[in-house]
Design a protein around this ligand. Structure first.
Ligand code: AMP
Ligand code: GLY
Length: 425
């Protein structure tokens, strides 16, 4: 098969590696890709929102399967556009991608179908939101821009003053653009967070191995929210008992709810869960593979990725036996100094040869490119995802940090406590 992957981050680097391993893939293209993805796919300089150019390219190359797992193009209808042009694409159609694209939609869905989540109110009027906040008996409270905001549109406000400033930022200053047209004000929950990713064919889901992200920039979960600074998989906190509860109260109910709404969900559904003392609750849904969760989940998947994707698209997922290796993986993100705020690009990266020919450590490129001299240089906030596999989480963590120490660029930043929670068990 000829396969076209749309995207160019660390998640796509992990997807590309799994696609390349598939028995069904002869040729792999990636648009736009990056300097690391170029080692396993032919990169094509077309942006993820350029649907017409992507479709023209796919037709010219007679692509058999296209794959997209990025929120912006999915919510804008890339799957519908490809299907309309007669090219099968793995991903979620626009009318179902709204589960991530509108938090107002997903909160109302959960309320209507009795899926456990934080209590909330939705506002389109800043003054009404402010009046409501003034009636709050306790803080913290959580403010969320309803639309897509690169994972950054969530504010946890410790008091009324911060909450009112948050309404100003999201609804009036439009810090997250049109995403702030609607505001969700939500009860603050406490508990451990787990990411559960599931392949879906509209009616059946198959759960992948669990994982945990580290969203804050600083050690000890301090500082600003980021796209994700590191992950581990599986999560030892996602026990068999919790799995059973989630299967009964969350996963199938969500798929059935989407189908009942006339929005059957196909693709990867990401359940961001909080394990509260009242049981697991949904923090958020995403309509795609998580980033950087994918980097620790897919390298452990034994089942052929193309076969699973095709089953999702054909409605035959119930016939797939999804299997994972009985081991563990840890990912440490190397970011540009200053991320998630201001940072410089174009720093030369060295030490990448360390990963060549290894099947236990991987360096998935997230934000890199080739400069005019052929050097691999930094080209984003999150630059490299260093992943190690080992028999258990603690050995994987040690190996990931050892591997991360082999790579260098000016101003490289990483958290030093990815997987610290593992010391509690
Ligand atoms: P989201 O983009 O909705 O996943 O939110 C980003 C992060 O904010 C989550 O991963 C949580 O750490 C935190 N968060 C979101 N909603 C809540 C909530 N209701 N209570 C506590 N923390 C939350
Ligand atoms: N790692 C969080 C996300 O993919 O949204």
């Amino acid at each position: 098969m000829k396969v076209l992957l749309v995207g160019g981050g660390g998640r796509e680097a992990a997807i590309a590696a799994s696609l390349k391993k598939s028995a069904h893939v002869d040729t792999l293209y990636c648009a736009p890709g990056n300097a690391g993805i170029a080692s396993c796919a032919e990169c094509v300089p077309i942006g993820v929102m350029e649907f017409d150019r992507l479709i023209a390219f796919a037709k010219e190359k007679a692509i058999d399967l296209a794959v997209c797992s990025q929120d912006d193009p999915l919510c804008a209808g890339i799957v519908d556009a490809f299907e309309g042009a007669g090219i099968p694409m793995f991903g979620t159609r626009k009318n179902a991608a709204i589960i991530e694209g509108s938090k107002a939609f997903s909160k109302d869905l959960m309320k209507k179908y009795g899926i456990p989540t934080a209590a909330y109110e939705i506002f389109t009027d800043a003054e009404k939101a402010e009046d409501y906040l003034k009636t709050m008996a306790s803080f913290p409270i959580v403010l969320k821009a309803s639309g897509l905001a690169l994972g950054k549109g969530v504010l946890i406000c410790r008091n009324l003053e911060e909450a009112l400033a948050g309404v100003q930022e999201i609804m009036l200053d439009r810090k997250f653009g049109a995403a702030g047209t609607q505001l969700v004000i939500e009860e603050f929950m406490t508990g451990r967070e787990v990411s559960a990713l599931a392949f879906c064919d509209g009616k059946t889901y198959k759960l992948m191995s669990s994982s945990q992200d580290h969203k804050r920039i600083g050690d000890g979960d301090t500082g600003l929210n980021t796209g994700g600074m590191g992950t581990f998989s599986p999560s030892p906190f996602y026990t068999k008992e919790i799995d059973q509860i989630c299967r009964e109260t969350i996963y199938q109910k969500t798929l059935d709810a989407m189908a009942a709404e006339g929005r059957p969900f196909t693709g990867v559904l990401y359940f961001g869960l909080m394990l509260t003392k009242d049981g697991p609750k949904v923090v958020e849904y995403n309509t795609r593979f998580g980033d950087p969760e994918t980097q620790v989940v897919l390298p452990r998947m034994k089942t052929d990725l193309v076969e699973v994707m095709q089953a999702c698209m054909n409605g035959t997922l119930d016939q797939i036996q999804l299997e994972f290796e009985d081991n563990a993986a840890v990912c440490v993100v190397l970011a540009s100094g200053g991320y998630p705020e201001h940072y410089e690009k174009g720093k030369v990266i060295t030490g990448l040869e360390h990963f060549e020919g290894r099947d236990d450590i991987f360096c998935f490129h997230a934000g890199t490119k080739f400069d005019e001299n052929g050097n691999i240089v930094t080209n984003g906030g999150r630059v490299l995802d260093i992943v190690a596999k080992a028999k258990d989480l603690k050995s994987a963590r040690a190996k990931a940090y050892e591997a991360a120490a082999c790579v260098h660029f000016d101003g490289a930043y990483m958290r030093h406590d990815i997987g610290r929670a593992l010391d509690e068990i």
